[in-house]
Design a protein around this ligand. Structure first.
Ligand code: BG6
Length: 487
């Protein structure tokens, strides 16, 4: 009998965050405004409106955010103050035994407007300190070049990623940080969840959707520019850091056909390809065969330049990373009322699954399915760059925070990762989302918490920002200590 495989000895256990959700200090040491600084949170609004700006940013909101006298509440400008507390936070991660920590570099700390030719030294120094602190604790940094925080100036002055000029700016940024951190950072991810340009074009590509005449065209033209930028970043990374590994990332929005009606099955495949399209191009190096019809149906005519196909072909990613939170059902016929309410992209509700407080359907077995699916498709190493559950944690009068629901969620997902490895999937790392409470990406709340560590801050920024260990802190520590054996 063959021995059960279990997790590899050198498996990268850890957690993941993003500059825009943790750092705060949005106007300190020369940082420029990024698109994440535009998002407001207004508790007076009905809950169903909290996601609206994530899906569709308006010109008026951007204008207001640029006004220094705006009195709106901008939570991502505060983050959880990692900028000033990174040492304390890294010590907590080290105490849990983290092997790696995924975060991103804020583009606007390095190039405040995005189109400068010289970087901001103070911004570079900040990440020197963060990476040194991680390495001193034996924690491998896994760094995303951009995580939903492109320079706002590139939106207002250049129109976002639909403008081909952005390739040049992004590649300059990438080369600058590869050169600076070549002895500190080995693992890189180019774009966070690139497939999300389809669902939230402002966040992913700096496209203001309001009154947009030709949205689909601009989304896919932007995606093409990001593909080229990503491939050129892969090239530069391999040249500047010879032992590096650089990957792409998709948000794995797992879909099941709502019924075995072939119409639903075909609808499901069609919808799935809308996401796979992004990893297909970056992992295989060419536009997949289904693209021509997809573009025709959407009225998209892509503008490529000579040499683009070769750039894509010659610079494949080393690994594919995915975020995984939930699954949905796809239906050719169901009306919108049946939607799983809070799920980021909607879809039909699955009667076999429970939902989180925010309405995200919880589906651990779906993770095993997703990993197998991706590995079958690419035969490239996989890295789970996000997974977790957002919840309203309560601190008891004795100071404890019993987040058993989080332990349950993560345990069930890790069990399924082990199954996938047993199935033959080459999975080399797992970073649980948001190890220290931060600002939610989609709703901009501080009270949507993912962490093993509680941060005393409310949605309006009141609180001491002190850190407190939750019950899941010791649990995850044991998971890592035992190499995923004790769950
Ligand atoms: C992912 C994003 O899609 O989901 C993260 O990459 C985000 O930035 C995470 O935080 C969880 O979403 P939310 O909206 O609950 O913070």
């Amino acid at each position: 009998m063959e021995q059960a495989k279990g997790f590899p000895k050198d498996f990268l256990w850890g957690g993941a965050a993003a500059a825009m959700q943790i750092e705060g200090a949005y106007n300190v040491d020369g940082r420029g405004l990024s698109i994440s600084d535009v998002f407001t949170f207004d508790p007076a609004l009905d809950k169903k409106h909290w996601l609206d700006q994530w899906h569709m940013m308006t010109h008026a909101q951007v204008k207001e955010a640029l006004d220094p006298n705006s009195t709106k509440n901008y939570p991502k400008r505060r983050g959880n103050d990692f900028y000033h507390r990174y040492e304390e936070d890294i010590n907590l991660l080290a105490e849990m035994g983290f092997k790696c920590f995924r975060t991103s570099i804020s583009w606007t700390r390095i190039f405040p407007n995005g189109d400068e030719t010289e970087p901001n030294e103070k911004g570079l120094q900040f990440y020197d300190k963060v990476f040194d602190a991680l390495l001193a604790k034996g924690i491998e940094p896994v760094i995303s070049l951009t995580h939903y925080d492109m320079p706002l100036y590139l939106v207002t002055e250049y129109g976002g990623w639909k403008n081909r000029k952005l390739i040049e700016f992004f590649v300059r940024f990438a080369e600058t940080v590869f050169t600076r951190y070549k002895n500190k950072v080995k693992y890189w991810i180019t774009f966070n969840e690139m497939n999300c340009v389809k669902h939230h074009p402002f966040v992913s590509a700096g496209i203001i959707e309001e009154n947009h005449p030709n949205l689909e065209q601009d989304k896919y033209q932007s995606a093409h520019h990001q593909f080229i930028a990503s491939a050129l970043a892969v090239k530069a990374c391999h040249e500047i850091i010879p032992n590096s590994r650089i990957g792409c990332m998709i948000s794995y929005l797992l879909l099941y056909p709502n019924t075995c009606n072939p119409d639903d099955v075909l609808e499901c495949q069609k919808e799935e390809r809308v996401s796979f399209f992004f990893s297909d191009v970056q992992a295989r190096g060419y536009y997949p065969s289904y693209t021509a019809r997809m573009f025709k149906e959407k009225g998209v005519v892509l503008h490529k330049e000579p040499g683009d196909d070769e750039i894509l072909r010659d610079n494949l990613v080393d690994f594919v990373s995915l975020s995984y939170y939930m699954s949905n059902n796809a239906s050719a016929t169901a009306d919108q009322h049946a939607k799983a309410s809070g799920n980021l992209i909607g879809g039909v509700k699955n009667p076999y699954l429970e939902q989180s407080e925010w309405g995200w359907q919880i589906d651990p077995k779906g993770l095993r399915y997703a990993l197998n699916n991706l590995y079958d498709r690419y035969q490239k190493p996989l890295f789970i760059s996000e997974n977790g559950v957002g919840a309203t944690d309560q601190m008891s009068p004795d100071g404890t925070i019993n987040d058993d629901y989080r332990i349950d969620y993560l345990k069930k997902h890790i069990e399924q990762m082990r199954e996938a490895i047993e199935d033959g999937v080459d999975l080399f790392g797992y970073t649980a989302w948001g190890p220290i409470d931060m600002i939610s990406a989609s709703t901009s709340q501080a009270s949507k918490r993912y962490g093993f560590v509680y941060v005393d801050q409310d949605d309006l920024g009141n609180g001491t920002l002190n850190r407190y260990k939750k019950k899941s802190f010791d649990w995850y520590k044991k998971v890592i200590e035992s190499g995923g054996e004790v769950l």
